[in-house]
Write a protein of this length. Structure first.
Length: 276
C-alpha cells in the first residue's frame, strides 16, 4: 500500500503548477465550470457525463447555507462552485499545495472557504456532525485504504447528511485491466492511486454508516474515449465518442444488467442517525 507521505508529496508536486497562475485564470463559478466540462481542450471534457451528473446530484437539494465538505478536493473546482452558489464550504485534501490552490481560487472567485490539509483518517480539527453534504470526486478510492478513514467520514457528517461520490466504477475486470495497462503504458505514477477502484464490494464499507445508497453508472463501450485522450479537439474523435455513447444508450436500454459493467458512477447516500 502507498504510504500517505508518498501520496502527499506526489500531489503537492502536481498541484504546485496551479500556484503560478494569475487570479483571472483561477476564477470559477457555474459558467466557468460548465464551460470547462464542454470544452474539448479541457481535461474535464473526457468525463463530461460524470461531472454533469455530479452537479445534478449536488443540486438535488438547495446548496445555499449548507455546510459542505469538498473531500479530497484537489484544485477544488466543485467546492469553489458550490461556494459561489451560497454554500459554506470546507475544502479538505492530504496535499497542502492543493489547499493553497483552493484558497487562492476562492479569493479569485469572490468567496471564502475553510481549508484543511490533513490525512482523511485523522480529522481531529473537524467536529462531530459538522456537515450537511460531503462531496468526494475521485477521492474515496484513495482514502478508504487508510484505516479509520470511513469512520472519520461518518463521524463528521450530520445525521441525514447527504454523501455524493463521483468515481470510476470497478465491476468490470476487463475494463480494470485496460485501465491499469493504459496507466502503465502512459508511465503514470503509482501514487495516482489505482490500487482500489470502487465497486459494490468496496461500498459495503459504507453500510454501517449510510443508508439509501444508489449507484448511477454510465459508459460501457464509451469508455473507449480514453483512447482519444489528447485528441478531443479533433472532430473525428468527438464524433467517435458520440457514436459510442449512442451505442451505449441503445445497448443499456435493452440490457440494463450491463450497467454494472460500466466504467463511471455517481454514488449517493445518506448518513444514518447513528452507526449500527
Amino acid at each position: 500500500m502507498i504510504e500517505s507521505d508518498r501520496e502527499r508529496d506526489f500531489y503537492d508536486s502536481q498541484y504546485a503548477q496551479f500556484l503560478t497562475l494569475p487570479g483571472h485564470a483561477l476564477r470559477l463559478d457555474r459558467k466557468v465550470l460548465e464551460g470547462n466540462i464542454d470544452n474539448p481542450s479541457h481535461p474535464f471534457y473526457e468525463r463530461g457525463w460524470l461531472y454533469r451528473a455530479s452537479m445534478r446530484a449536488l443540486e438535488a437539494e438547495p446548496l445555499e447555507g449548507k455546510q459542505v465538505l469538498d473531500y479530497g478536493c484537489g484544485p477544488a473546482d466543485f467546492g469553489i462552485w458550490m461556494a459561489t452558489e451560497g454554500a459554506r464550504v470546507t475544502v479538505l485534501d492530504l496535499s497542502p499545495a492543493a489547499i493553497e490552490v483552493a484558497l487562492k481560487r476562492a479569493q479569485a472567485s469572490g468567496v471564502a472557504v475553510r481549508g484543511i490539509a490533513a490525512d482523511a483518517s485523522r480529522l481531529d480539527m473537524v467536529g462531530d456532525a459538522e456537515f450537511d453534504l460531503v462531496f468526494a470526486c475521485a477521492a474515496l478510492h484513495h482514502t478508504m485504504k487508510y484505516p479509520g478513514a470511513v469512520e472519520e467520514l461518518a463521524r463528521i457528517m450530520k445525521p441525514g447528511a447527504r454523501l455524493v461520490l463521483c468515481e470510476m466504477w470497478g465491476a468490470n475486470p476487463l475494463l480494470n485491466a485496460a485501465r491499469r495497462m493504459r496507466a502503465a503504458l502512459a508511465g503514470e505514477a503509482e501514487e495516482q492511486g489505482e490500487e482500489i477502484i470502487l465497486s459494490a464490494k468496496e461500498l459495503t464499507a459504507l453500510d454501517p454508516y449510510f443508508t439509501g445508497i444508489e449507484v448511477e453508472t454510465r459508459n460501457l463501450l464509451a469508455m473507449g474515449k480514453r483512447l482519444f485522450r489528447g485528441h478531443f479537439q479533433s472532430r473525428w474523435a468527438r464524433w467517435l465518442v458520440r457514436a459510442l455513447e449512442a451505442a451505449d444508450r441503445a445497448l443499456l436500454a435493452v440490457a440494463p444488467p450491463l450497467r454494472n459493467w460500466c466504467g463511471e458512477a455517481v454514488i449517493t447516500g445518506r448518513r444514518l442517525p447513528e452507526a449500527k
